[in-house]
Design a protein around this ligand. Structure first.
Ligand code: C5P
Length: 233
């Protein structure tokens, strides 16, 4: 088994407010992207990491990864106009020997390496597509034009995280079908679901939370301090 981890990192991160692309914002003085790449590279079961950088920023991203001495084999490719396109381009750049592919958002900097290995293990044990997920705590409603039109039953609702793991064959087929059909999904598993293939759920982790808004960055700073304090004891 040869495992590649793709990191879509080509978003502008406008919801975080003005500044550098989201993946290059600092958390504990280190870019979000570097945290995410380290978590993947430190996982036992990941062989190569491919980062999709914003078009035009490839050299800067390469320089940042080198400056922080990212461990393992880390490559940089050019991202696309959407997250899905960034993943597809990185997927196309993988060498033929890769047979398992993870996709992990740079915007989830504190996903534990153990979670990464749990996802790869589930694929190694026969699942073609795997997502980490946590039950939602909030009641989720569908809202249109400022009015609630539906309240979803909370039991059975999960918030899905990354890394998501796939056999390379299935992920490639799912991306190809999405291009042909003009389908745009917010995660990779949704491209697989529409082919009718099973997507297996493994337990997610609170630290794999996504950084989208400024408050998420503050929460991640606090999670990072707690993690560092635990290690010092
Ligand atoms: O915007 P959102 O938080 O959903 O982005 C999820 C991930 O997709 C981020 O890591 C972001 O950098 C990446 N992305 C990308 N290419 C784009 C847009 C987003 O790689 N064109």
């Amino acid at each position: 088994m040869r495992v590649a981890a793709i990191v879509p990192a080509a978003g502008r991160g406008e919801r975080l407010g003005p500044g550098a692309p989201k993946a290059l914002r600092l958390l504990g003085g280190v870019p979000l992207l570097v945290h995410a790449v380290r978590a993947l590279a430190l996982a036992r079961l990941v062989d190569v990491v491919v980062v999709a950088a914003p078009a035009g920023d490839e050299a800067e991203v390469r320089g940042i990864l080198d400056a922080y001495e990212a461990p393992a084999d880390v490559r940089v490719t050019t991202g696309g106009a959407t997250r899905q396109e960034s993943v597809r381009r990185a997927l196309e750049s993988l060498e033929p020997e890769v047979d398992v592919v993870l996709v992990h958002d740079a915007a989830r900097p504190l996903a534990p390496s153990q979670l990464v290995d749990d996802v790869v293990s589930a694929v190694a044990q026969g699942a073609e597509a795997v997502v980490p997920a946590l039950p939602v705590a909030d009641t989720i409603k569908r809202v249109e034009g400022g009015r609630v039109v539906e309240t979803l039953r909370r039991d059975g609702l999960y918030a899905v995280q990354t890394p998501q793991g796939f056999t390379r064959a299935l992920l490639t087929r799912a991306h190809d079908a999405a291009v042909i059909d003009g389908f745009a999904g917010t995660d990779d598993a949704s491209l697989v679901e529409r082919l009718g293939n099973a997507v297996v759920v493994v337990p997610g982790h609170p630290e794999a939370a996504k950084v989208t808004h400024p408050a998420d960055l503050a929460a991640a700073e606090s999670a990072l301090s707690q993690r560092l304090a635990r290690r010092e004891h």
